[in-house]
Design a protein around this ligand. Structure first.
Ligand SMILES: Nc1ncnc2c1ncn2[C@@H]1O[C@H](COP(=O)(O)OP(=O)(O)OP(=O)(O)O)[C@@H](O)[C@H]1O
Ligand SMILES: [Mg+2]
Length: 263
């Protein structure tokens, strides 16, 4: 049974898309079958993996608004290594489009049920907001990764995100569904800044058991990879950034194995 993980933080530019692309590629590198779902109207994950916006006629917008099968929106990349459902800027109109639809926060959950078994991991790249698309992502997910950038405003965003997750946990519980925090991921860490490390300490105090051991440092390899339409694992396999995302994938796989063993 595949595991669906949302990568979410309503704060912009914290590394959600970078994590979706590189964690996805790193899980593939560990032999896992992965689908990435781009839920952001900016379509950064789609473009960062080499897709061309104008070529995409089946996207997450069509998945959420049409009765057509979800399979029609899956594109296979790099010789079928990684699958993606891309996004388009039509997602900006989704709230209006679904205005009168009942249970509209469950649409993605329902669609992904058809394909969940075909994958080991389905990663959802969320937009920087807390609207209907993020509700859909959190209803559809088994767990959430919250990337946080090491800067002063990180806490406020983190608190809001955790409140949102708590709200969704309550709603999901009533339907017999669960939502776990997979982990808080420190991103864009600057090893020359003592201040960054202070923030890391405070994040670890806030989430003593939920902060990933792996942290992602600032890296020009990570920053440059999307320009080639590839992950850093493909553009610079031995770089620090590639090693960190591969370590993160290993940590997630091992955490899941521990949990499965415990059942
Ligand atoms: N570890 C890193 N090292 C260097 N640059 C990074 C790193 N992680 C992310 N970036 C850069 O920071 C910017 C924001 O990252 P990204 O797009 O992943 O954030 P996001 O949370 O998805 O943003 P948005 O909220 O707009 O969707 C990008 O230019 C990206 O290349
Ligand atoms: Mg993004």
């Amino acid at each position: 049974m595949g595991k669906i993980i949302a990568i979410a933080n309503q704060k912009g530019g914290v590394g959600k898309t970078t994590t979706a692309i590189n964690l996805g590629a790193a899980l593939v590198n560990h032999g896992k079958k992965v689908l990435l779902v781009d839920l952001d109207e900016q379509a950064n994950a789609s473009i960062g993996l080499g897709l061309i916006r104008d070529d995409l006629n089946q996207t997450t917008f069509e998945v959420l608004t049409k009765k057509s099968p979800v399979e029609t929106a899956i594109y296979s990349l790099f010789d079928n290594e990684l699958d993606i459902i891309p996004a388009s800027n039509k997602l900006a109109m989704i709230e209006d489009e679904l205005y009168n639809v009942e249970n509209k926060e469950l649409l993605l959950y329902e669609k992904l049920q058809y394909i969940k078994d075909k994958y080991d991991y389905i990663l959802l790249d969320c937009p920087p907001s807390l609207g209907l698309v993020v509700d859909n992502a959190l209803f559809a997910s088994d767990s959430v990764i919250i990337p946080v950038e090491c800067e002063f405003f990180a806490y406020d965003a983190l608190t809001q995100m955790v409140n949102k997750i708590n709200q969704l946990q309550q709603k999901k519980k009533k339907k017999g569904m669960h939502l776990f925090i997979e982990g808080v991921l420190v991103t864009q860490l600057d090893n020359r800044s003592v201040y960054s490390y202070n923030i890391v300490d405070q994040i670890k105090q806030m989430f003593p058991t939920k902060t990933f051991l792996t942290m992602i440092y600032r890296s020009s390899h990570i920053q440059a990879a999307p320009m080639q339409g590839k992950s850093v694992i493909k553009t610079a396999y031995n770089s620090r950034g590639s090693k960190e995302y591969r370590a993160l994938a290993k940590e997630i796989i091992e955490n899941n194995e521990v949990k499965t063993d415990a059942i």
